[in-house]
Write a protein that binds this ligand. Structure first.
Ligand SMILES: CC(C)(COP(=O)(O)OP(=O)(O)OC[C@H]1O[C@@H](n2cnc3c(N)ncnc32)[C@H](O)[C@@H]1OP(=O)(O)O)[C@@H](O)C(=O)NCCC(=O)NCCS
Length: 184
């Protein structure tokens, strides 16, 4: 599949590029990533290089993992990343620490889920986070996902396990508005 660019009110979502390597490496060393992400830890520049040179292009070429960089302008610096893995059915995301707190990821999730439902033959998109990741939960809730419960993660964690996670789903036609039923 050819990479797709999406435009939102405040951002351009485009392919992460080799030039993003320093910011990816910087942002992924955030201690929150050790706790809440399955990305390598400690995170090294080589991990960022592998992500940008292999994971991203192969993911698009095979259609197995579609990954976008969040930018505030077409050639602007990377703010964060959002991806969708059709086989798992889930979206995943992260923002660099300086760019949190202003709803950018919710805007990106809205755009990506709208694009998936408009162009792909799927009727649901999943979301999950390790239990306790209230910021990730907040994004999914605001984007209109419905909480479906607690259970082992689909994603394989660093230790090879499947930690207890919160799960949610958004279905074709659901509005981007919060639903009741989420953990407090
Ligand atoms: C998850 C992440 C992308 C969310 O982005 P963000 O900019 O922090 O999110 P926002 O500030 O837009 O917050 C979204 C909602 O969650 C709430 N929220 C954010 N952080 C929170 C926290 N620590 N505790 C409780 N609620 C929180 C916000 O209040 C907001 O809800 P509101 O508008 O009703 O008040 C970002 O925190 C991140 O990159 N975290 C590290 C990586 C990660 O955990 N990725 C997800 C893996 S599943």
């Amino acid at each position: 599949m050819d990479p797709v660019t999406l435009v939102t009110a405040r951002m351009v979502l485009s392919t992460p590029e080799a030039e993003d390597v320093e910011l990816v490496a910087e942002y992924c060393t955030d201690p929150l990533f050790e706790r809440f992400m399955a990305t390598p830890w400690p995170y090294r520049v080589a991990d960022a290089e592998y992500f940008l040179s292999k994971v991203v292009p192969v993911g698009w070429a095979t259609g197995r993992e579609l990954t976008w960089a969040l930018r505030s302008a077409p050639v602007g610096p990377l703010l964060g990343v959002i991806g969708w893995r059709p086989r798992l059915g889930d979206i995943g995301y992260w923002l660099g620490a300086p760019h949190r707190g202003s709803g950018l990821m919710t805007e990106a999730v809205d755009a990506v889920t709208d694009w998936i439902f408009a162009t792909q033959s799927v009727d649901t998109i999943g979301w999950e986070c390790f239990v306790g990741n209230l910021a990730s939960l907040g994004v999914a809730r605001k984007a209109g996902f419905t909480f479906t419960g607690e259970g082992p993660s689909h994603v394989v964690a660093r230790d090879g396990g499947h930690p207890i996670s919160w799960h949610g789903v958004i279905s074709r036609g659901d509005p981007h508005a919060p639903n009741p039923g989420w953990p407090a």
